[in-house]
Design a binder for this molecule. Sequence first.
Ligand SMILES: *Cc1c(COP(=O)(O)O)cnc(C)c1O
Length: 396
Amino acid sequence: MLSKKALAISPSPTMAIDSKAKEMQSQGIDVIGFGAGEPDFDTPALIRDEAIRAINEGHTRYTPAAGTLEVREAICSKLLTDNGLSYKPSQIVVSNGAKHSINNVLAALLNPGDEVLIPTPYWVSYPEMVRLNDGIPVAVETELTNNLKATVDDLRKSLSSKSKALILNSPSNPTGQVYSKEELTAIADFCIENKIFVISDEIYEKLIYGQEKHFSIAAFNEKIKDLTIVVNGVSKSYAMTGWRIGYTASSVEIATVMANIQSHTASNPNSIAQKATVAALKGQQDSVAEMRRAFEKRRRYIFERINSLPYLKALEPQGAFYIFVSTADALGKSYRNNKLKNSDHFAALLLENQKVAVVPGTGFGAPDYVRLSFATSMEKIVEGLNRLEIFINEIK
Ligand SMILES: *Cc1c(COP(=O)(O)O)cnc(C)c1O
């Protein structure tokens, strides 16, 4: 018998639709994929060049477990400049991607039975990582009237004596929503009052549109800073998903425990990618702005077209590169004599009949929704939406 804990982990649903779409593509079927969870741009040349230089200059050995002093200092400067946060290198732990960072945080914080508050809809990996670390994920219901963002009232309903931490994700995957300064201030007060740690996943910080601004909850006061573990990385901002670099900023106490865990499980993050990260953080930021502009254009197009279709309602994405679409008005209706049961069924019929891959909301804790990523070319987006329109027009 294998580990019960491990066997209870479900495979990532975002990966499931993706592999079905890829399988169809490999059979020569022309599938339009809205499943991508990563930028469709190449890593900027300046960063790639630095990695090549790092290899040739011999930066190919183990580094300190928490990352080199050089990369931790670069991260400290970034946090000060971008977020108004002052940290010392001893408070930074660099890991193999922000996902790994979050797992380290949970391993450092949780005792068996500790509860972690996770606002719904959530990123698919949060509940599973909590379970793997012997915690209990508690899904916090949110209201559409508040654009699916958690309020203090929502959090209070899920609070118990076992509540240990809250996972916040702004800008959010999958909803694209951004918490305002006022919303975050209220949540900060709630967490201080109830002594709850905040795991603040800020991986989409640089991808923000319109008038929205990113705030790090840790920046409001010293009390909330002490309780917060800021999680960030280079995957989304610099199109560096394959390089696997994420990091945390926290109290020295938490950082030390995390570095100890990492020293025994991963030794250190990739030495070459650490060098490339220094170049990404310290170099010119034009490529970040360029990507952001491309995403912004696609966002406007996809939002307007989806909301012009019958049965579908989408939240306007304020950040990240996803649009979260309610299919609730289509459920119970019929498509070619198939009664639409839920968003999994909607997504399956759309893929089968119109060769368009979207991710059903079930894995995000929002079964009436589907997520479309706009990290794909404008040309594909136009074609995909044309097909979606044909599909929708056959729903009766
Ligand atoms: C992509 C993503 C991450 C982590 O990315 P890494 O590649 O592991 O750095 C973390 N949180 C959310 C919400 C994401 O979408």
